[in-house]
Design a protein around this ligand. Structure first.
Ligand code: NGF
Length: 289
């Protein structure tokens, strides 16, 4: 069975502090209404990379406390500070997270040897398994087939969150590593990723659109490609509208339309404007009502 994960958002207050109640509401909505298989905690959608260390700990604690064992949980612990990444890997493992994930180290142009050392260091002292978070468009780091192969020499490294539109590489990766977990990261490209044999998907828009994405996965598994294409088209109408309205703040505004207090994004992410609020209402009415 393919698995669908929402990339968990963090509800922030206007001053940039974490709105715990709102974050819990989004977790509950994902579990109770969306019925996702799991949550990806501390990723891009969760705004992990603009959070303080204390805020990262707070979110990891809230998510596992609210989700308990109801769904699978993956904690993204990657950080430009390797010591922080190692600390968080241990922290979430002690909290009971069944999986960890780490973004490729970015900003400085690290060599592959340095990237490999980063991953091996993160897993070295923890009894947990790691999913590589590969997102070249945001990190500027593209890993090759042979480089994935070298990273997989470490048996604790079990898969890839593949947020990449390079389908040639995806096919090569799937073919070379049939036993590794490959989770697709671009929601608008779910269908081609399914065709290449991914094990599931993680994404921001599943916070709002999980049922349609699940139906698409089921249609694909049943061999009903026409239905799967129609569902991808419907999803992409929604995703295009969210992107045009600024995706992260808009998902939070649409959550509000659904009765979920998702707070706001943390500056320097965009704060809601009257136009954005009107746009989110229209997205809700046009694609989700
Ligand atoms: O938000 C981005 C940035 N990508 C997400 C997802 O791959 C990241 C994707 O769902 C994620 O899951 C996380 O780390 O939190 C897009 O928002 C979506 O496909 C619309 O483009 O690339």
């Amino acid at each position: 069975m393919k698995k669908l994960y929402s990339a968990l958002m963090t509800a922030f207050n206007d001053d940039g502090s974490i709105n715990e109640a709102g974050t819990r509401e989004m977790i509950r909505y994902n579990i109770d209404v969306n019925k996702v298989d799991g949550l990806y905690v501390g990723g891009s959608t969760g705004e992990n990379f603009n959070m303080s260390h204390e805020q990262k700990e707070q979110v990891f604690k809230i998510a596992i406390d609210e989700a308990k064992n109801d769904v699978d949980l993956i904690a993204q612990v990657g950080s430009l500070d390797l010591n922080e990444a190692k600390y968080l890997a241990k922290f979430v493992t002690d909290l009971g997270y069944p999986h960890i994930s780490a973004v490729t180290p970015f900003y400085y142009n690290y060599t592959f040897e340095q990237i490999k050392d980063y991953y091996n260091e993160i897993v070295k002292d923890v009894d947990n398994e790691l999913i590589i978070y590969s997102i070249p468009a945001l990190t500027g780091v593209s890993l090759s087939l042979d480089q994935f192969d070298e990273l997989f020499e470490n048996p604790k490294i079990i898969g890839i969150k593949y947020t990449n539109a390079d389908f040639f590489l995806l096919e090569r990766v799937r073919n070379r590593f049939p036993d590794k977990l490959i989770l697709s990261g671009f929601d608008e490209m779910l269908l081609p990723a399914l065709a290449l044999g991914v094990d599931g998907a993680i994404g921001s828009t599943y916070n709002l659109n999980a049922k349609r994405a699940k139906a698409e996965m089921n249609a694909f598994d049943a061999g009903d490609i026409d239905k799967a294409r129609q569902l991808q088209k419907d999803s992409n109408d929604l995703i295009s509208a969210l992107i045009a309205n600024d995706i992260y703040p808009s998902i939070k505004l649409v959550f509000k339309e659904l009765g979920v207090n998702a707070g706001v994004t943390k500056k320097p992410m965009a704060q809601p404007t009257p136009e954005m609020i009107a746009g989110a209402k229209k997205i809700y009415n046009d694609y989700l009502k």
